[in-house]
Write a protein that binds this ligand. Sequence first.
Ligand code: ADP
Length: 295
Amino acid sequence: MQIKITGLSKIYKNGNRALENCDLEIGSGMFGLLGPNGAGKTTLMRILVTLMKPTSGHILVGDLDIQRDRREIRSMLGYLPQEFRFFSKLKTWEFLDYVASLAGLRNPRTRKKAVDEMLEQVGLFDVRDRLANKLSGGMKRRLGIAQALIGNPKIIVVDEPTTGLDPEERIRFRNLIADLGQGEVTILLSTHIVGDISSTCHNMALLNQGRVVFKGSPDELVEKARGHTWRIEAVDSELEEIKDKFSVISTVPSADGWEVHVVGDKLDGFSAQAVDPDLEHAYVYYMEHYLGENN
Ligand code: ADP
């Protein structure tokens, strides 16, 4: 399913410009939308899932127009918002059963089958009788995915998937999403955490202050940082100066002091070795250096 976003802008009532003239094309598979807090990601997601109208611009989903064919588009969508609240009195399976009926699964037998399969898929079958709001953080997140997936949506929109999860749950969540991304569906994953943009994202965009500042593959973004990422062997007294001059990615103790990975250009006097950039380096380089110099 192809999503085409053209000239999308959103100005909130209080004058906040959350999106400015965004153009994006999103095809099947997994698409990562990366940007710092306040970049406009949630605004874009909410417009896409028809919860909010843009100030101007268009979105086409296949041949359907988001303003004109709202209901049809909604029936193709699964949305996992950043914060998901469950009704306090429903058991895990009852909640999913309720969402499934909203998603159009009217036949009780078909619905039960779909609910049981989904509970299995996200690993919640064994806790299906527990009250949904009594599940652990990671389980709630998985129930959130389950409700987004039930009814076989063609487009799945996930906002900040790993916020609040512990590392183990984070990995599990990433794997689950990556599995889903293998099929024909389109998954749009929005995050401010570089690590969420997994290797299964073929395409991605960077959003900064409401603008799309990069579109392409994660590898293309990484290449932008080549020649700008360094390892510096430093002693204690040099650390402050390094922090002033560079964007520090990591600092780890070494035999003689510290091994500091940095992004930057003006090396003046520091003995530094070039290192291969990764996506984390590339994100920092692009946001803190490249945009400043190329705008
Ligand atoms: P992100 O999801 O990338 O953190 P958001 O879409 O939440 O970004 O926010 C983008 C900008 O729009 C921010 O400056 C934010 O303060 C502003 N904003 C978000 N929601 C509203 C709202 N309901 N009213 C006014 N401004 C808002």
